[in-house]
Design a protein around this ligand. Structure first.
Ligand SMILES: N[C@@H](CCC(=O)N[C@@H](CS)C(=O)NCC(=O)O)C(=O)O
Length: 274
């Protein structure tokens, strides 16, 4: 692992690393926050998956989560949103597909399948790497995310019952199979068979969910993507009884919204990670 930068924050350290990823057959970058308690022993770990156009830096810079992670003694890990500069033709043409838009799936369709293996990266390779290099208790993991990353967090937790103690999301893409962003990404990463898409669709997964899982979702009512892309009302109608969904009046899709509620999300995860 190559350390790219390091900063003191709230008595702990923010670090950014690059490493050779096996899953993505490419270099991948991630940020980590080590709270002050990391000097004393192993801690619970909370993964954050970011949205379209974001990198491993966005959440660490904009969400203001370090204050709360230091308070609760939780280690934060934020991966990049896709592999980059893989040489895949077309990967930099769209802001909502390819680079910065891996959608947390394991691509099965060429040419994307060679590098775009973000589901495996986030659920297997990165946690193993983090456990090897940092003082984490791998039995105490939770996950959260925003927009495309809210979709990713929900899918990772719902597909691995018992693995994550809790999951939360800010403005998640709840039903990518019904959203233009999701349809564009899934048809190119996974191919045209919509039955296959279900394995990465939170509403579909929640319908079949059996094991109980603490799920918190915050959604702003002034979010410009709410009706077209996020399909939160569809989630509420279909499986609303399985999640705690909070509608937040006046809030939009930005990191100002995330920063306003990130403390409550950290407290929610801290309760389940104890
Ligand atoms: N294409 C638009 C929308 C992209 C967008 O809203 N991205 C969200 C995630 S879906 C985000 O977090 N952007 C980064 C930021 O706000 O710092 C843009 O680039 O402004």
């Amino acid at each position: 692992m190559e350390l790219l930068e390091e900063h003191a924050a709230f008595g702990g350290r923010v670090r950014r690393y690059r490493h050779a990823s096996q899953s993505c057959a490419a270099p991948m970058s991630f940020s980590i926050y080590l709270p002050p308690q990391a000097a004393q022993g192993s801690l619970p770990v909370l993964y954050f998956l970011a949205g379209l156009t974001c990198t491993e830096e966005t959440f660490m810079i904009k969400a203001g989560a370090q204050r709360y992670a230091a308070e609760h003694g939780i280690l934060l890990v934020a991966p990049d949103t896709s592999p980059r500069a893989t040489g895949t033709p077309g990967e930099d043409e769209d802001w909502d597909f390819g680079s910065g838009a891996g959608f947390y799936v394991d691509a099965t369709a060429a040419p994307w399948s060679a590098h775009y293996q973000m589901y495996r990266y986030v659920t297997e390779e990165l946690p193993a790497l983090v456990a090897r290099h940092f003082p984490v208790d791998p039995q105490r993991e939770s996950i959260f995310g925003h927009s495309m990353g809210g979709h990713g967090a929900l899918v990772c937790a719902l597909r691995n019952p018992g693995r994550y103690r809790s999951v939360s999301a800010f403005a998640p893409v709840c039903a990518p199979s019904r959203s233009p962003w999701g349809q564009k990404a899934f048809s190119r990463y996974l191919g045209g068979d919509e039955m296959v898409w279900r394995a990465y669709d939170s509403v579909a997964l929640l319908r079949e969910q059996k094991a109980s899982l603490p799920i918190l979702i915050d959604q702003g009512l002034q979010d410009p993507f709410l009706e077209t892309e996020l399909k939160t009302r569809w989630l509420e109608a279909e499986v609303g009884n399985k999640v705690t969904l909070r509608w937040q009046e006046g809030y939009d899709h930005s990191y100002y919204f995330i920063a306003s509620f990130v403390g409550e999300h950290l407290a929610f995860h801290a309760r389940h990670l104890r």
